[in-house]
Write a protein that binds this ligand. Structure first.
Ligand code: ACM
Ligand code: ZN
Length: 716
């Protein structure tokens, strides 16, 4: 067996069948002459292999390949049990009269079918065949998964089935279903109806209600559908953090019992389950009692990541618990809570999986650590003797995580880890939904699947991807055909021409942009110029559908428009796209601090000066700022204005301050403004923004510097 494998490896490296684009590449393959025609086929199944052969039979029937006369064996496919191949492995022998599949498990037989489907050739007359070949195959890594976050955006059951079909084609075997998070609770609980009546819905900036959830019947259906395709569904219910949606449904579960809203924005939220009170534990027991039976997997993911400790610190019940359990601090309380939930899972025969934070404060070896914060956390898990799942995050755009990066991904992190279970490519969905997820996932998932399965694939993956991409697109998936972001747009004011210039960056040449600007509309691709103010909406389109929510820019004219701008400190280039004109470009920032219109300064008191060119009569000065507490962005403590005739001698004006509390959290735009009863005359105006200082003790970034975000110095 070992010798054959070595020989076949050698052959596979030298003879590569021109037409075949297998992904992931098999362990060993030898091409032969001839082909097995897919017509008048009889299927002969060894006892015990019926489950593994059923999908093959259904497939052969679907392409009309099965004979209706099994007495006359023209061409035969044998499915045999082969106890010598590895658990998920298979042997495949295709010759003109006969195909033999040998597998030990149903999973192995399914993988053989996936390979045969990719081998399929169609001749000019439309006849199907499999090329003659001998293949020995088995995965390098056992846990080959991807995670989908269905909380930040909801994905329908129909979508999930199409998605699972794609995982199965790539021989991925784990679907990690991130079912709950701050922005939505997505699974029905009979005993707690408000989890989905309240917790599954949120109100966006445009006041539209957004959400959705899966009934328990739908969960069972997804689990069954996945299992039929050899995929295990691992559920994740976040505990004790990332639970704002649950607290919005049942405020008694939190330390402060506050009435919360299901947030629309991302971030890390302060309110977490009160683990001090028994009521929370009854709730979690009920949740596990209802959910665990829906998932046959031996594993249950409990999240455990990014848990701010300040609510526990201020909660007498949690402090009482810490005293009784002799826990030194809130980190120890977190460890205690994870261990308690682990015992509840163990009582149900399930192993706990958690993100690497569960190592905080000590964890036993039975827990599986999903490492997301890199090598340091992996080393901790390794030292502690825990099994590990490594990750490669797919929420990064194809510009930031390229195919070549995925091909270099090393699930072992360079270590010979005896406890490495495998890897996942989590797809966090803050900025992704059903319309565009294909662009983030395909074809990086093909590359990822090959990294986890194949030992020594030929280095022609880019060639082999082509037919896969073509099929995906025929089936309606958008794919990334370049290493660019799917869609970016920048708007700038051009003071020379007194127009606004909209430029796009498109990940594919077939993306078009529909615009609506007041009463004008049309379609463009690369750029658009306008000299008019008002709302400008841009909707990227692909084929007949809209690719994502439209982007809306509000353009406003004022005396400072196009004024020469001087900044005491350069803004961070990660945010504002126009450091030269951005504070006087007539473009008002949206509620998204990453929209390119907001300029950001970290821990600074920026001074913004405008030269209006001529002395003007001024009635109002106003500076637009943003507060986004969970992103460390605070309003300036106050804004002082000044004006001058010559740019040398400055006269101060009573400043603007604000009454927006930080504690309320959340996000809002605030105009610091001063109005003059008697207009002033000035050529130069200036705003001094005074930073709010260090982040408060309760903040996740406590003691760190805060950001100032500002987008426009409005002069009227
Ligand atoms: C995570 O990305 N917070 C697991
Ligand atoms: Zn508490």
């Amino acid at each position: 067996m070992r010798n054959t494998l070595a020989l076949l490896l050698f052959v596979s490296a030298t003879i590569i069948h021109a037409q075949v684009a297998l992904i992931p590449w098999p362990r060993a393959v030898e091409w032969r002459d001839g082909a097995f025609q897919l017509t008048q086929v009889s299927l002969v199944v060894a006892p015990g292999m019926e489950n593994g052969a059923a999908p093959l039979e259904a497939y052969l029937a679907s392409i009309g390949a099965l004979t209706n006369n099994n007495n006359e064996l023209v061409r035969v496919v044998h499915v045999r049990r082969d106890t010598l191949v590895p658990a998920e492995g298979y042997m495949l022998n295709v010759a003109p009269e006969q195909v033999t599949i040998g597998a030990r498990t149903t999973a192995g037989a399914l993988h053989a079918l996936r390979t045969l489907q990719q081998l399929e050739l169609r001749d000019a007359a439309g006849a199907l065949s499999w090329p003659s070949a001998s293949i020995e195959d088995a995965p390098a890594i056992a846990w080959r998964g991807t995670m989908l976050d269905v909380s930040r955006h909801f994905y329908s059951v129909d979508f999930l089935k199409r998605y699972l079909d794609e995982l199965a084609r790539l021989k991925l075997n784990i679907f990690h279903w991130h079912l709950t998070d701050d922005q939505g609770w997505r699974v029905e609980l009979r005993k707690y109806p408000r989890l989905t009546e309240v917790g599954a819905w949120r109100t966006g900036a445009d006041t539209a209600r957004y959400g959705g959830f899966y009934t328990q019947a739908e969960v069972k259906e997804v689990v069954r559908y996945a299992a039929e395709r050899g995929i295990e569904v691992v559920p994740e219910i976040e505990f004790p953090g990332h639970c704002t949606a649950a607290l919005a449904a049942y405020p008694y579960l939190g330390c402060r019992k506050d009435t919360l809203e299901v947030p629309t924005q991302g971030g890390v939220f302060q309110d977490v389950y009160c683990v001090g009170q028994e009521a929370t534990w009854s709730f979690m027991q009920d949740v596990l009692d209802e959910l665990v039976p829906l998932f046959p997997s031996a594993y249950f993911h409990i999240g455990g990541d990014e848990v701010p400790k300040d609510r526990w610190h201020a909660c007498p019940v949690c402090q009482g618990r810490m005293a009784r359990e002799e826990l030194a601090d809130e980190h120890a309380l977190q460890a205690w809570a994870i261990k308690r939930i682990q015992r509840m899972l163990q009582a149900k025969g399930r192993h706990l999986i958690g993100w690497d934070e569960i190592l905080e404060g000590g964890m036993d070896k039975d827990a599986v650590i999903e490492v997301w914060r890199g090598e340091e956390q992996a080393a901790k898990a390794r030292a502690n003797g825990n099994s590990m799942i490594r990750t490669l995050y797919f929420d990064a755009s194809p510009a930031a995580l390229k195919i070549a990066d995925v091909m270099r991904f090393d699930p072992s992190g360079g270590h010979n880890d005896p406890f490495l279970m495998g890897a996942e490519c989590p797809v966090w969905s803050e900025r992704i939904d059903e319309r565009n997820i294909g662009y983030m996932v395909f074809p990086r998932l093909q590359a990822f699947a090959e990294r986890l399965w194949s030992v020594m694939p030929p280095d022609d993956l880019r060639e082999r991807l082509k037919p896969h991409i073509a099929r995906l697109e025929r089936e309606g998936w958008i794919t990334a055909t370049s290493d660019k972001d799917l869609f970016n747009v920048a708007v700038r004011y051009d003071p020379v021409q007194a127009t606004w210039l909209v430029t796009t960056q498109r990940g594919r040449p077939d993306i078009r942009v529909r615009f609506l600007h007041m009463d004008t509309s049309g379609v463009f691709t690369d750029s658009l110029r306008t000299f008019r103010t008002g709302r400008l909406s841009l909707a990227p389109k692909w084929r007949d559908g809209q690719l994502m929510d439209q982007r809306t820019f509000v353009i406003e004219s004022h005396l400072g428009l196009g004024a020469k701008q001087k900044l005491s400190h350069p803004p961070d280039p990660k945010y504002g796209l126009d450091p030269v004109q951005g504070m006087s470009d007539g473009l008002l920032g949206t509620d998204d601090f990453r929209d390119g219109l907001w300029q950001g300064w970290w821990g600074k008191d920026p001074v913004i000066t405008l030269d209006l060119g001529d002395a003007e009569e001024i009635e109002e000065l106003s500076l637009r700022c943003l507060q986004a507490v969970s992103s460390w962005i605070l309003l300036p403590r106050f804004v002082e204005f000044q004006y001058s005739d010559d740019g040398q001698h400055w006269r101060p004006i009573r400043g603007g301050d604000h009454d927006v509390p930080i504690e309320a959290g959340g996000q809002r735009v605030f105009d610091f403004s001063v109005k003059f009863e008697h207009p002033i005359h000035a050529r130069y105006v200036r705003a001094i923004l005074v930073n709010a200082g260090k982040l408060p003790a309760w903040h996740l970034g406590a003691g760190g510097d805060s950001w100032i975000f500002a987008d426009e110095f409005v002069v009227r």
